[in-house]
Design a protein around this ligand. Sequence first.
Ligand code: GAL
Length: 375
Amino acid sequence: MRAVVLSVLLAPCLAAEPEVADFGKTVDGTAVQIYTLKNDKGITAKVMTRGATLVQLHTPDRSGGTDDVILGWDSVAGYESEDNQYFGCTTGRVCNRIAKGKFSLDGKDYTLAINNEPNHLHGGVERSLDKVVWKAKGYSNDRGHGVRFSYTSPDGEEGYPGKLSVKVTYFLAKDAPRLSITYVATTDKATPVNLTNHAYFNLGGAGSDTVLNHQLQLNADNYTPCDDTLIPTGDIATVDGTPLDFRKMKKIGARIEKLTDTAALGYDHNFVLNPKQDKDKTHNLAAVLRDPESGRTLRIMTQEPGIQFYSGNFLKGQQGKDGKTYAHRSALCLETQHFPDSVNHDNFPSTILEPGKEYRTSTLLIFGTFEKKKK
Ligand code: GAL
């Protein structure tokens, strides 16, 4: 009897921990590990310590086949190459753009690296969160398997004030097709923080030709219009009557050509999410993506106020995992976030983290399938 009680009590702790393996070394010789999370719903996610990056994400299609639906590489060298456009990484300290790399905080002016002329993009050049190697710990409990990444960014790293401690946890639910990404940060000086994940999805499988045949719905009546360098003007404008109206499910390719000759080169816009309808729910619906071919769906729920929909306009045919080619617009990003350049716009929700306060936010990726319409 005692043994039965004991095993019931211990069962959650005894669940097998996520498998960990060596993934190679960075150019400066730092070892990188990769963790595997698996569940009963046919989902496998692999995450590595360089950049707390999502490297693989296998999900079932409507006929029971499985594909890896995100772009990436088979080695650290691929991630360190010029071809890497933030594939799957944790992006920060501040994702998206900061105008001319400048901001003022508590009476002090700060200047950051200009790595996307004339602006600062995705946290900087050498020590942005996507490029550093994080500490990691795999764990399991009765709800599923996870990996906790942690990194402490010293005061002044990439020009940002304050020593910032960041934790990113990937958690794959045991009995639901759901991967959650939770971000927690604390600082010793006021500093801007805006963290996201930069996975490139193609629900037909990474390396499929295009995402223009995917359908998208965004829970957004408004977006933040930008100048020619993709910096928000500060306005909040309606999507009504524009190619950005995804309030009803729309094929991505249907109106994209109207945007090809704009500064965004396609879709590359921050959408302002409508307020959460159900106050009891922890997360707001942000996006629903569907691929009619494979039948896969992805629902994104978040605690962030915005989402950047980027249609892979800079993908250039680089070769990734399994020698597959990543053509122009063959994958897309849906980056949950605070609005771009918030640090220079008082009317946007603030991205400033104060000492003694905790930054905490999470985003859920929920996979599913839908049946083909009967003709
Ligand atoms: C996106 C951004 C794009 C581009 C891309 C990386 O988040 O919106 O403009 O910079 O990252 O290539």
